[in-house]
Write a protein that binds this ligand. Sequence first.
Ligand code: F3S
Length: 425
Amino acid sequence: MKLTPEEKRILDGKEGEVKAKILRTLVEFGDVFGAEKLVKITHEGHLVTSFGIGLIKPLFRIMDEIIDAGIKSSVPFTVDPRPIDYENVKCNLLNKLVFSKIMYSQQKRYEEQLSKIGLKDSNSFTCTCYQDEVGNQPKYKDILSWAESSAVVYANSVIGARCNRNSGMLDLFGCIIGKVPYFGLLTDEGRKATWVIEIKTTKKPLPQILGSAIGLKVMEDVPYIIGLDKFIGDKLDDETKSYLKDFGAAAASNGAIGLYHIDNLTPEAKKLGKKLIKEGAKKYVIDDKELEKVYNSYPILWKNKDAKPELCFIGCPHLSYNQLLTWSKNIVNGLKDNNRKKVALRTILTTSPQVKNKFIQTQEYKDLIKTGAKVSSICPLMYTNNPIAGKKPIVTCSNKLRTYSSSRYYKDDDLLKIICKKEVK
Ligand code: F3S
């Protein structure tokens, strides 16, 4: 990789050994992918590592080294959601013990470390940092050092910013140096589509299943999707952005998609159209039958497949404000239709702290809370991903949560039935 005199100076240790190690890591990471240079980041950071898991000791040691060397991030950053919220996601004594003494024993220490290095504020814990209410919103063509897969795919595709699928710590290192290696999704060539996806369904596909189908097929490639604007329109309004948030998260977790283009809708597709498609791109046609096939392929990982669900999570990635309002109204009305006052199982809706603060002011929030449902800002995956909570029969409408845990996926309408009368198919 070609380095500037300034970068060489840092690499030679002129700004200390720790900064030299941080830059060396970025350079070696870039070298692996054939990056020719480093380029400046132009927007705030977002870190994927938000949890103080006691077992990952090197993480806390590295953070201490950075702090002791007096190094700070060149830009403020937000981070993924916290793993625990005892107030809204209650735990029994054993669970609490496992969380506080074993799983997340270093949470407090880690949050203090994040603050010292550049965390925006104590409310900056969400995977949907790009939402209006949260305010970490890149612009078209901004260069980012992020790693959270659902946020990276959103920023690349819906905003037209540029970010590779980095990993934890590399996101922080890029923020500290203020630069990232130039390769892959940062380049015009790397943003071209090698797949054309034709949507030939008879109705609007569920974003969670459509994203899953495309992710499973194209893996880390870039798809150009034709025919979806017929169902979701050609404008990036709140409803469409929420759809794309969930679609992208499913595509990034069921496969490894970091960027997609939607014909006539996403910014680069609007600008460049089919010029974004590479010669010889492969083709994948999606119809109703294909989506049903993908849906039916999801394994049920519960120990007892016929168990009654005990816990429901909605909001992975975190719900947008309009999604929170819609789910609240649907739950309240669904219970009324079933002559019930309370949800049939523990139901947690997750959203960013900022969206939650806004939602708390509404009548919909008051009505929802009366049903026994809770609103939290945790990451459901971090909550479920341990031997005790993981044994529970958990249901969700998130394809990302299904992929990374033993939670069972249900389509939104079916999940609502479970919440309102515990009806399980
Ligand atoms: Fe967000 Fe956690 Fe899901 S980070 S996307 S709520 S796995």
